[in-house]
Write a protein that binds this ligand. Structure first.
Ligand SMILES: [Fe+2]
Length: 292
């Protein structure tokens, strides 16, 4: 089509899609084009503003590498990650609620024995995490994998340091025959998401918060069950209602209980003070029987 105009260019783009295109891709791309064009018309985007947007997205891509994921950060801070998650998990079937995976998950977390620590010595205040993994009826799921990752006590993930020889403050355990799991970690702290990239520029431009409430990330999975990616947030945190990525859900807030007894600490092989978190996880079967 030639001589496209404000009124016809959207139809021209939609008409350019090949008839061989899969229906789902046609739906996604077509809808995206319609909304994108409507957005441009609605705000009367100027050439300078359009170029600023192109430069912003270019910088976002250039900030990404094997470890740094600026696009996930952009998605998270725009609320898109939580929206996608909410749509995918509308019907939880009683499973533990999910939340954003965030930009700091890595696939190299080591397996550790039950009761061992995911954090190396001196990474923060000791935390002991315990709970059970069950189905919605409370039946234990032996062998369920409970993976956790978190910042150190200074609020930084291992991937944010210049040198990262081995994974730290991340690891997984396998639940015992009764579904119980336990591991040691460090008390989560509030932290700022990275603001040294384009997302930081965006947040500052909008006068927005960059802090996240203290939390411990979890990925809980087992054969035959839908995995749950979630976080447990520290009750009483300042930023529970001001999370930069909108990831807090009430069902995911738990007390992290402080213990000052030196004897108790010694019994657990840690120094006082230490903290405990008790938290169970519920998974639902991956295959839903066909209705009759
Ligand atoms: Fe996090």
């Amino acid at each position: 089509m030639r001589n496209t105009s404000i009124d016809t260019v959207t139809d021209a783009v939609l008409a350019s899609i090949s008839p061989d295109t899969s229906p789902r891709l046609r739906q996604i791309y077509g809808s995206l084009m319609k909304h994108l064009h409507e957005f441009v018309r609605e705000v009367e985007l100027t050439p300078d503003e359009w170029l600023a947007g192109i430069k912003f997205l270019t910088a976002t891509g250039q900030k990404c590498d094997a470890i740094r994921q600026e696009f996930i950060l952009l998605s998270d801070t725009c609320g898109v990650s939580m929206l996608v998650d909410a749509l995918a998990n509308r019907k939880s079937g009683g499973a533990t609620e999910s939340t954003v995976i965030g930009p700091f998950y890595t696939d190299d977390a080591p397996e550790i024995p039950l009761e061992a620590s995911i954090a190396s010595d001196g990474k923060g205040e000791p935390l002991i995490v315990r709970g059970r993994v069950t189905d919605a009826a409370g039946t234990p799921i032996p062998g369920a994998i409970v993976e956790a990752w978190e910042t150190d006590g200074d609020g930084y993930y291992d991937t944010q340091y210049e040198i990262r020889e081995v994974p730290d403050c991340r690891g997984y355990v396998r639940a015992a025959a009764d579904g119980r799991y336990a591991f040691r970690a460090v008390l989560p702290v509030e932290y700022s998401i990275p603001t040294d990239g384009p997302v930081g520029v965006m947040l500052r431009s909008l006068g927005r918060e960059s802090m996240r409430p203290a939390h411990l990330h979890f990925k809980v999975s087992a054969d035959g069950f839908v995995p749950v990616i979630t976080s447990i947030f520290v009750d009483g945190d300042t930023y529970l209602d001001g999370d930069a990525v909108f990831g807090v859900k009430s069902s995911l807030i738990e007390p992290f209980v402080r213990h000052d007894s030196a004897e108790e600490a010694a019994a657990h092989g840690v120094n006082a003070p230490f903290y405990t978190l008790a938290r169970d996880f519920v998974l639902v079967p991956a295959l839903v029987p066909a209705s009759v």
